[in-house]
Design a protein around this ligand. Structure first.
Ligand SMILES: NC(=O)c1ccc[n+]([C@@H]2O[C@H](COP(=O)([O-])OP(=O)(O)OC[C@H]3O[C@@H](n4cnc5c(N)ncnc54)[C@H](OP(=O)(O)O)[C@@H]3O)[C@@H](O)[C@H]2O)c1
Length: 351
């Protein structure tokens, strides 16, 4: 376990990267995303932060609170429902008109629901899109900006997706998008394993950027707000009893920021001769970690809430039988299919 004082000391070193780091927090209007965003704003010099979510009132509150944390920081809200990839594309285009580089992308968009498959107009399940397709689409669309982040001083380029590595179960490789056999449990199994495998796929294609999939442990957030009242009430009663087992808001923000930025999780091929290209300096008592592929420092990491590496045998089995390539091709195929369908709608509207 990475001690909390090491986490805080490492985060404080983000100031040494100098002013003007650019970060995007998708799902930063509540919970783990909000806590991590605030830790970032507090530990950086004149950061420019984009905050994506649906709730304008939550964004307004967070922007005010961030002004109190760092008067030189700038946090801007981009409202979007990212259960649709067209919205992801729109937000990425918007960021691309304003920024040439991106140093940090943190994704925590998600919900807790007992609803079954809810297909959007693009033919994708909305929860699978929150947990997986939108996250990969943000990374994929923003690859040029992340590459620029790695190529220009301070050569700092990182992504973090917070979900649940370490809980891998069997998946149906012939129906990755669960068109035929959807359940909440299968949605979790598929999106966790696909997040895992894509960290390695992106890391090998973008060797100047670190890709992390992390598990936050139990954190008291707004996640249950979408549940029916009969489920929310007992949860509310139980939460104080569970509190000794939950990670606090401040500790979660600090730990997820550490996981997103520390040099113990370096990119596969950081720019040479630049002190922060690997991340914040590796603390004396720690070593560079193994990537999800078992190779030290390979750029794609699966990280537990406490900073240690996670994963399991089922994941290893899938990796050994080449599922990473299957998931990559599936995901790029989905992006092509949705792009073509969305372009068709635009063409039909303009003719
Ligand atoms: N909390 C835990 O104990 C825990 C444990 C394990 C894993 N996780 C995972 O960690 C992630 C973050 O969870 P959390 O606890 O921080 O939840 P949270 O407090 O509910 O935050 C979820 C975020 O996602 C955003 N979001 C939801 N639907 C959206 C949509 N359609 N479009 C755009 N943004 C949307 C929400 O913003 P808006 O409402 O403004 O749209 C909010 O900012 C989730 O994937 C969750 O499964 C959490």
């Amino acid at each position: 376990m990475v001690a909390l004082d090491i986490v805080h000391a490492s985060n404080a070193q983000l100031r040494e990267l100098g002013p003007g780091l650019v970060a995007l927090f998708v799902g930063g209007t509540s919970g783990i995303g909000e806590f991590t965003l605030k830790a970032f704003v507090q530990n950086t010099i004149s950061p420019r932060v984009y905050l994506v979510g649906r709730s304008a009132s939550a964004a307004e509150r967070i922007i005010k609170e961030c002004e109190g944390l760092n008067k030189d920081g700038k946090v801007e809200f981009l409202q979007a429902d990212v259960t649709e990839l067209a919205e992801v594309d729109r937000v990425c285009k918007e960021i691309g008109t304003r920024e040439k580089t991106l140093n940090l992308l943190v994704q925590t968009q998600g919900n807790f629901t007992f609803a079954g498959r809810q297909e959007n107009d693009e033919g994708l399940d909305r929860k699978m899109t929150l947990n997986y397709y939108s996250r990969m689409c943000f990374i994929h669309n923003l690859r040029p900006l992340l590459r620029n982040g790695a190529a220009s001083p301070p050569h700092f380029s990182r992504t973090l997706s917070v979900l649940s590595p370490g809980s891998e179960r069997r998946v149906d490789l012939d129906d990755l998008e669960l068109k035929n056999s959807y359940s909440g449990m299968k949605c979790a199994n598929h999106t966790v394993l696909m997040n895992d495998l894509m960290t390695g796929e992106f890391a090998s294609r973008e060797p100047g950027t670190t890709f992390v999939h992390s598990f936050p442990a139990g954190v008291n957030t707004g996640l249950a707000r979408g549940l029916p009242i009969w489920a929310r009430v007992p949860l509310k009663v139980l939460t104080p009893l569970l509190s000794p087992f939950l990670v606090s808001a401040d500790e979660t923000g600090a730990r997820q920021l550490f996981i997103a930025t520390s040099g113990i999780y370096p990119p596969a091929k950081p720019v040479e001769g630049s002190p922060f290209a690997t991340g914040t300096p590796v603390p004396k008592t720690l070593n560079v970690m193994k990537g999800g592929d078992g190779q030290t420092g390979s750029g794609g990491y699966l990280v537990n809430w406490n900073g240690e590496i996670t994963g399991n045998k089922i994941l290893d089995e899938y990796r050994e039988k080449g599922a990473s390539k299957t998931v990559w091709e599936h995901t790029m195929g989905i992006f092509d299919r949705v792009d073509k369908a969305n372009q068709g709608k635009v063409d039909a509207g303009s003719s």
